[in-house]
Ligand binder design. Structure first.
Ligand code: NAD
Length: 353
């Protein structure tokens, strides 16, 4: 297996392969960067088809965390851990504690938390063996990140709509939301409160029925949601939804949603730009959950009001991205990557000085 010449390797600082024979732990911890501060990123447990797939995930996700933290103005770097295994079958307290011990050995260079296949309760078990875990249940916890992510996305939609459509408010705005999970449903509630008109799609019939009842949303088949003639398309389900096939179908002027890795390839950011569709880069607009959990590291501990106030960086940063993209005639996705890279270079220079 290759690491340094791996396509997802982007000058990562550290990649650790963990093995604990007693508990059966097999995991990878990737630290992309600690230039801005200790690396923060959740732990994912997944039945990967191969070790190579697990490594790819750890490399790609840890890099994305660096960009997200930088653009959210956090004094944090990017890291991620992946545990190879089926969470339903292989997750045991011994395995979680063995993972926690490895995180502890990293001495605070890496903070972990929950991700796919993990729960706050699992973090409490891992936390028996390490201080460097966030998002445990109980007092002082930042709790469910989704409402914060949804609020950040709402603020991002407001900025994008002002920038592209010149509209100062959301009343009457037509929004298509793909995915009514933890974030999508909370976002619909916020948009509905502000008078937006909603079109929704989800694979789960109960969720779409709920959105129709609560928000008067119009239900559309999942395969049609991106093609609707609306002001905003908000992907809140899967990655890779913006690709060579879907972009020509889009009927919106703005794409702004919570899903991670919305662009299938970097070329898709340019495709959107060429179609005159304003894209809010995913890792900028969906940073609300990260901003919230990062508040657990505040010297005075977690405070909900402070976390809510900290979300204000999202619209501010997006506005800076959109303005620069317009001035330079470049896609916002490219500009966001460039801005994050500039922040990291500045941090590297000041560390070297
Ligand atoms: P979730 O699992 O609660 O919800 C996802 C929803 O999408 C589900 O209701 C599912 O049925 C639906 N879905 C799946 N495939 C679909 C399809 N083809 N068409 C329509 N709907 C489909 O997830 P979530 O926590 O709401 O997160 C949503 C997205 O936002 C994910 O990409 C996640 O990585 C990203 N994100 C979430 C957070 C957070 O705080 N939860 C933070 C940052 C990014």
């Amino acid at each position: 297996m290759v690491v340094f010449s791996h396509p997802e390797f982007r000058d990562h600082e550290e990649v650790r392969f963990l093995h604990d024979a007693r508990s059966g732990l097999r995991a990878v911890i990737a630290i992309h960067s600690t230039l801005l501060g200790p690396a923060l990123g959740g732990c994912r447990m997944w039945p990967y088809a191969s070790e190579a797939e697990a490594l790819s995930d750890a490399l790609r996700l840890s890099w994305a965390m660096t960009l997200k933290a930088a653009m959210a103005g956090l004094r944090l770097g990017g890291g991620k851990s992946v545990i190879l295994g089926d969470p339903k079958r292989d997750k045991t307290p011994e395995l979680l504690r063995a993972f926690g011990r490895e995180v502890e050995r990293m001495g605070g260079r890496y903070y972990t938390g929950e991700d796919v296949g993990m729960s706050p309760e699992d973090m409490a078990v891992a936390g028996e063996a390490t201080r460097y875990v966030l998002g445990k249940p109980g007092q002082g916890s930042s709790g469910d990140p989704s409402p914060f992510t949804a609020r950040g996305v709402l603020a991002g939609i407001e900025v994008a709509v002002r920038h592209r459509l010149g509209r100062g408010e959301l009343c009457g705005l037509k929004v298509a939301v793909q995915g009514l999970g933890h974030v999508g449903m909370a976002l619909c509630a916020l948009l509905h409160e502000r008078g937006a008109r909603l079109w929704v799609a989800d694979l789960d019939r109960d969720k779409v029925a709920d959105a129709r009842r609560r928000f008067g949303a119009e239900v559309v088949p999942p395969e049609r949601v991106q093609a609707l003639d609306v002001d905003v398309f908000s992907p809140c389900a899967l990655g890779g939804v913006l690709n060579a096939e879907t972009i020509p179908e889009l009927g919106c002027r703005v794409v702004a949603g919570s899903a991670n890795n919305q662009l299938a390839t970097p070329a898709d950011g340019r495709r959107l730009h060429e179609r005159g569709i304003l894209y809010a880069p995913d890792y900028v607009i969906n940073a609300g959950g990260l901003i919230n959990i990062a508040q657990e590291l505040h010297p005075e501990g977690y405070d909900r009001a402070r976390a809510l106030a900290a979300l204000e960086v999202i619209p501010r940063r997006l506005q800076a991205v959109f303005r620069r993209a317009e001035a330079e005639g470049r896609p916002p996705a490219e500009v966001a990557d460039a801005m994050a890279a500039e922040m990291l270079s500045a941090a590297a220079r000041s560390r070297a000085a």
